[in-house]
Design a protein around this ligand. Sequence first.
Ligand SMILES: Cc1ncc(COP(=O)(O)O)c(C=O)c1O
Length: 382
Amino acid sequence: MTNELLAYRDRFPILEHTTYLINHSLGAMPARVEERMREYARTWAERGIRAWGEGWWTMPLTVGDQIGRIIGAPPGTVCMHQNVSVAESVVLSCFQATGERSRIVYERENFPSVRYVYQARHDLDVTVADDVVAAIDERTLLVPVQHVLFKSAEIQDVEAIVHAAHDAGAYVVLDAYQSAGAVPLDLTALGVDFAVGGSVKWLCGGPGAGWLYVRPDLIERLEPALTGWQAHARPFAFEPELEYADGIARFLTGTPNVPALYAATPGYDLIEEIGVDRIRANSLRQTQQLIDGAEARGFEIRSPREPARRGGTVTVHAPEFEAVHKELSERQILCDFRPDAGLRLGPHYFTSDDELERVLDQIAEIVTTGAHERWLGATARF
Ligand SMILES: Cc1ncc(COP(=O)(O)O)c(C=O)c1O
């Protein structure tokens, strides 16, 4: 069987010399990003100040609509921010003087940056929960959870969480960073109140292009305290008093991160062209190949095995895997590791089956020959 998605390999320059299995951390750069960065510079150089009126000013919304098409959100419900920490802070800033309803049922496995955002609000009671559904009660205000857990790549049952939260009158904030672009997502069908994510990972959109979704019927009812002039009804009137814009623009802050938004869209274009369903089908096949191949070589799998529960990354436990990771990197094979789990292998739609076999062979060879031992005790963050 030929894998049609391999036709996209030549869109990613790094694949010419590197096996790229770290798409859960920094997705590979599409070649067209260079062209887009030149377009950005040319626009600034040739159009100058007119560029704002010719698209720059509204980019957080137009690019947000493109994200919306990937994550199952209607037009006008997604806006762009620098990162998840900012997007989630904007959500939290909508809730001041919360009174009796001041509990955050916080999922223990959330990404740490998100945890700091909630911890920093001393007026809230942050309850860290392993069983989120059980912890939700009538004092709960917000329930920040992930779709695909960042450490284990496990897919969560978001519907059950939304159901419990809404029954109790609480809002769900879904961090879909580890699913957007890899696992099908329909925010409207899920009924989540807010969702956040970024573009660094499976969307292959690079840093600086975080996104925020707000459920359509909530948009006009909320007034974020973390704000700026892009959120004003008439930003160019420079009025002294805050009057929120209509629509999702009211969730913006100040001057947008224009170059990052230029860089982000080639990755989104490819995801839209291929479709997340096809990406997911290929990912399920390749993650199964990794699971079977690792086990056949005697390695243990430390990420979910069932198709319905596993995201795009397989964690393979090998002896002294930190040093094995370093040796793989010396051999132009990029992946990462988690201290308590093992090597994390995250193929994407442009990865070939042959590459996966080769990586597994290399891991086995490194462990058998002890080639990694020269790196024992060395520390590496990336
Ligand atoms: C699930 C998840 N949320 C958030 C982040 C990052 O947050 P921020 O965009 O604020 O850097 C990551 C990884 O970088 C992540 O995996």
